[in-house]
Design a protein around this ligand. Structure first.
Ligand code: AMP
Length: 220
């Protein structure tokens, strides 16, 4: 199976698509945001520093990020599992770091999914997003077909849904600016390597998944 790397603005649905790939094809999902949110729970000075950065929509240091990612990715590749990297790279330096890491680990069968999403749609998704702290399923109380059956409760785990502390309008603007200024330039880097798949993320998650599915078993 092809390995995937997601590049997207906030709330494009990379977490949702990753979850669908895990459930349907047994992919291993590596989310740098989730790795950081775990690390931010630690009361050490590093944990507090990470918490401050993500709460303000700022990027965490590249060297720390690649270290966190490398440990995780190495073990997945050694087990011969197909993977999804969600949230990395976020800038050109990280893109170069990632391709170097792929070379080191002999990974060549990968594609970079570039999810395009309009600003207003991204904002609506961020402001209404609620996440299950247990299974990480995303819901949205501003979008009809993404509302949970019982208000504020996860359909599967029956636990109370939570709002991410970076899902507010101010932080969204900073995260979107970071995406435009730092992440968008990565697209031409991977286009030159012939790795980009363009996806319209304004569509429903089912439609997006139908599209992504067609690449899972692509022979490279
Ligand atoms: P996400 O869950 O992917 O939206 O990430 C949440 C936050 O974690 C981002 O707004 C950043 O503060 C931080 N983060 C996630 N991935 C990275 C990365 N590759 N480099 C730097 N910071 C990151």
């Amino acid at each position: 199976m092809i390995n995937f790397v997601f590049i997207a603005p906030p709330a494009a649905g990379k977490g949702t698509q990753s979850k669908l790939l895990v459930e349907n094809y047994n992919y291993v999902h590596i989310s740098t945001g989730d790795l950081l949110r775990e690390a931010a729970k630690d009361s050490s000075s590093l944990g507090i520093q990470i918490n401050n950065l993500i709460s303000n929509g700022k990027l965490v240091d590249d060297d720390l990020m690649i270290l966190l990612l490398k440990n995780k990715l190495k073990s997945v590749v050694e087990c011969n599992k197909a993977f999804i990297i969600d949230g990395f790279p976020r800038n050109l330096n990280q893109a170069v770091m990632l391709t170097n890491l792929f070379d080191e680990l002999n990974v060549n069968n990968y594609k970079v999914i570039n999810m395009n999403l309009d600003y207003d749609e991204a904002l609506k998704r961020v402001l209404g997003r609620l996440v299950c702290p247990n299974c990480k399923t995303s819901y949205n109380y501003l979008i009809d077909n993404l509302k949970p059956v019982s208000e504020g409760i996860c359909d599967k785990c029956r636990v109370e849904l939570v709002k991410r502390n970076d899902d507010n309008e101010k932080t969204f603007k900073d995260r979107y600016d970071t995406y435009l200024n730092l992440t968008v330039p990565i697209i031409s880097y991977f286009t030159n390597l012939n790795k980009i798949i363009n996806i319209d993320a304004n569509k429903s998650s089912d439609e997006i998944f139908e599209n992504i599915k067609t690449y899972v078993t692509e022979v490279m």
